[in-house]
Design a protein. Sequence first.
Length: 133
Amino acid sequence: MTHSTSDGTAATQAETRQIKPTLLRGWRRRCPNCGSGPMFKGYLKVRDTCPNCEENLSHHRADDGPAYLTILVVGHLMAPLILVVYENFRPEPLTLATLFTVGCVAASLYLLPRFKGIVVGYQWAKRMHGFGD
Ligand SMILES: [Zn+2]
């Protein structure tokens, strides 16, 4: 009886997908399964299959999650920063607006595909939306 429990536990652990390395692979925009194939075709389009390991990536349902995370992070970084810059340097309003517009767009464009990679990787690791089949 102990033997069968041990076998069952070992089989379950072998099927368990590690969260942390998968999220790091997603941040690097790599396949959650092998970590070397590119996850995206272009800027944000997730490939149907990994070109390296043939893992099916079409099951992802990232939807608005990456955009929500991007707005959450960029907003919480830029809102206090704009206050600090204004209080300490008192730049011209047009200079301040230009600086933070460019900063917000650049930070959003940098973070959006990385957060999408993380969301897709998380869904893959948790076997969500058909990734477990
Ligand atoms: Zn792969």
